[in-house]
Design a binder for this molecule. Sequence first.
Ligand code: ZN
Length: 288
Amino acid sequence: MRYLQNGFAMRLPLFSATIRRMACLLLTLMPSLGFSLPLESRVPGGIALVRLGSAAPASPAPRVWLDEQPIWVTRRDNEWIAIVGIGLDTPAGSRELRVEGTTAPPQIRFEIGHKHYPEQHITLKERGRVRLSPENEVRAEREIARIQQLKRHWRDAAETDSNFRQPAEGRLSSHFGLRRFFNGEARAPHNGLDLAVPRGTPVAASAAGSVLGIDDYFFNGKTVFVDHGNGLITMVCHLDRIDVQVGEIVRSGQRLGLSGMTGRASGPHLHWSVVLNGVMVVGALFLK
Ligand code: ZN
């Protein structure tokens, strides 16, 4: 799930520092709209909820980074909480958040445990999809760079709709985190989950947001990225048809398109990924 092609369109909202500060202030003054926090799971592919200390009334939200990536911060009762996605390739051990604008220390450490994900072996008859031609190699490289850019996209949002729904009803046919082998060769782990749905099944937005990117990738096929704000992004792949445009505001449950088997897919299914602060995390943590 890391490839895309040329002709890609993306619109980055350009917020001035002033507007950003105003948005921060608004966030502080607004009552919580009832979006619940994701479940916590401090393992690779999971989420850490890191307490940043007390939030004085009307105080602006602290800014937090993990390495260079901004981190979503929200207020719960009288406390600031950082909601941190942990990449699948993160080793167990200690990580450090950089914090600005709170009474908490400027560095806060949190621990990440071990998680063993099972192996999945897939046999593909079309060998061109395992060993890439030089042409496809170039295309895939270009797509990796584009998708990385999308995953790291950041938009300040007063509220992030984190009450996710599954994008379609269907049997779970492949779990998140599986260590995959195509024709015996190790590949990137499965960074989303697969739902077995017939071609033409409506695919819904997991939550309210705006369409960040659409394209037709070599591996992922027709794909839609929805930006929910504050580094939370969802992605649906292998679509047969896309019914939204880049920049379009979507509500929770709105149809993004129809499922299919475009790109590298051995049969019709829907791949669903959830990105938090630039890394893929297990989407089930957001499902109620
Ligand atoms: Zn998948």
